[in-house]
Design a protein around this ligand. Structure first.
Ligand code: NAG
Ligand code: NAG
Length: 487
């Protein structure tokens, strides 16, 4: 009995320990040269942008002035995320802004938050600073001082460890320039690229501005779609829109202010990237069917517009005031917001010269709409998810029931039950014929209802509807002929 109780006690203790155990953060951070943490085998550094950043208060320094200090903060860009371990160094960069393989470490750090976060010095001559424990950290301030006689351009670089298998390696700061060193040589392609614009900040979603994000609560680099809006007073609004876009050539992300959850008949702001000039512009248009037509003067009423396309993401920021062209499409009151993204079909040059060439959205680029109407003059909207189309679901369900259930059973009757009950009749017909006929009748009925559903959903007999009708008709014909063949 004593042995048995012992067993229970030990078991319970083990379970309790497992439940209360801290997440495994015991990995040690980090190698002085590669900045890799000693992470479990099989884990890799994160490739998506780091939520943690290195901020500096100066972009230039004078190495001769030993008294000069640079303020360096390592901080989280997402309020709800913290890092547990880090290492921070200053390393020289070459003329292209790259860090060499085994760089010499520069200067020295002081921890300015010593009473909050314990740190230790490490690497060649204590030139790098790193975390001492694995507590949850969000913001740490440092000072950095050059050593006498040091010169040249450099960057700060750091590794951030969030947990034993989530870590970002060798994140770099903005370059810090030594005015006496040879200037950074920009690649020839860099010069034609317009400057990057500030990212869409999501920290203030729901407090100083309203946001619509897919997926829920994402931070801009991770958002499939993002739109934010702010009422600037009187009739002026500021919008930011961004999306992840795939494909070659010109791309767009568009925001429609709509009375329903469907594309068409709405005022649209389009953020369009021209891959030849590398310009990203904002124009206004009206959506029609599955495309848009720019307004006669597409940029009227839009001010402070900026945009960029960078590493698969397109982003624009602009202010809007009403004009004569848009007086029928007011921004106040409640509206659905619809976001669409994809390739643009026509040259932006054509669009910008205000010749009305529409662009369409293609396969797999169905827009997303807010699940409910939102108030554009409110700053407390923070919405995600997207409107579902119940009739589309009904259509899909009906089709599945028709073909997977009734059609399959109907075929089984013809295949396996012909020889059963040879002498029995129902209204003069063999049983298998009756069963088969009934099943097929259900298939037909359900398909007809499903088609009606999809027609009601797309709001009438559009060209697209016609096309899908034909293909569906073909499918039915094919099944009927298959049925005949089996018989
Ligand atoms: C570093 O953080 C402090 C306090 O949080 C802030 O006042 C300062 O502006 C920050 N410095 C930089 C360069 O971001
Ligand atoms: C770390 O701190 C942040 C901000 O205080 C918090 O949101 C997050 O949940 C914390 N993480 C853990 C694992 O405790």
């Amino acid at each position: 009995m004593g042995y048995f109780i012992n067993c229970i006690v030990v078991g319970v203790t083990i379970i309790l320990q497992a439940v209360t155990a801290e997440p495994d953060t015991s990995i040690s951070c980090c190698s002085c040269s590669s900045l890799l943490p000693d992470a479990p085998l099989g884990t890799k550094p994160q490739v998506l942008p780091s939520p943690f950043a290195i901020e500096v208060n100066k972009r230039r320094y004078s190495p001769d002035d030993y008294g000069e200090e640079i303020e360096v903060n390592i901080t989280t860009r997402i309020k709800t995320k913290g890092f547990r371990q880090f290492i921070l160094q200053a390393v020289p960069i070459d003329q292209h802004g790259n860090v060499g393989d085994n760089p010499q470490l520069l200067g020295s750090f002081t921890n300015n938050d010593i009473n909050k976060v314990t740190t230790e010095f490490t690497c060649a001559g204590n030139r790098a600073i790193k975390s001492f424990d694995s507590s949850n950290k969000t913001h740490i301030r440092f000072y950095w001082k050059p050593q006498p006689g040091q010169g040249g351009n450099f960057v700060f670089r750091a590794t951030f460890v969030e947990s034993s298998d989530v870590y970002w390696v060798r994140e770099v700061s903005e370059p810090i320039i030594d005015p006496n060193a040879p200037p950074l040589h920009r690649k020839s392609t860099d010069t034609i690229l317009p400057p990057l614009i500030a990212p869409i900040d999501t920290i203030n979603c729901g407090s100083t501005k309203s946001c619509y994000r897919v997926p829920e609560g994402c931070w801009e680099p991770y958002c499939d779609y993002i739109a934010t809006w702010q009422h600037l007073g009187s009739n002026q609004y500021r919008f930011e829109i961004g999306a992840l876009t795939h494909g070659m050539g010109d791309r767009h992300v568009s925001l429609a202010i709509s009375e329903d959850i469907r594309w068409g008949g709405d005022r649209v702001f389009e953020c369009i990237h021209d891959s030849r000039t590398h310009q990203t512009k904002v124009i206004q248009a009206i959506s029609e069917g599955h495309s848009t037509t720019p307004l006669p003067d597409p940029m009227e009423g839009i001010s402070n517009a900026e945009g960029q396309y960078w590493r698969g993401r397109i982003r624009c920021r602009f202010d809007v005031i009403p004009t004569a062209n848009t007086k029928d499409y007011p921004l106040d009151g409640l509206h659905y917001i619809i976001l669409s993204r994809g390739n643009t079909e026509k040259d932006m040059v054509v669009i910008l010269s205000a010749k009305t060439e529409p662009h369409r959205y293609g396969v797999g680029e169905i827009p997303v709409a807010t699940p409910e109407k939102v108030d554009l003059s409110s700053t407390s909207v923070n919405i995600d998810g997207f409107a579902r189309y119940p009739l589309v679901k009904a259509h899909a369900c009906l089709m599945v029931v028709a073909f997977i259930f009734f059609c399959a059973i109907g075929l089984l009757w013809t295949k396996y039950y012909r020889t059963m009950w040879p002498n029995k009749r129902f209204l003069g017909l063999r049983y298998w014929v009756v069963a088969h006929f009934n099943c097929m009748l259900w298939v037909l009925l359900l398909v007809i209802i499903a088609i009606i559903c999809i027609f009601v959903e797309v709001g009438g007999y559009s060209q697209k509807g016609e096309r899908s009708m034909n293909s569906r008709g073909e499918r039915i014909l094919k099944l009927i002929s298959l049925n005949q063949n089996l018989q």
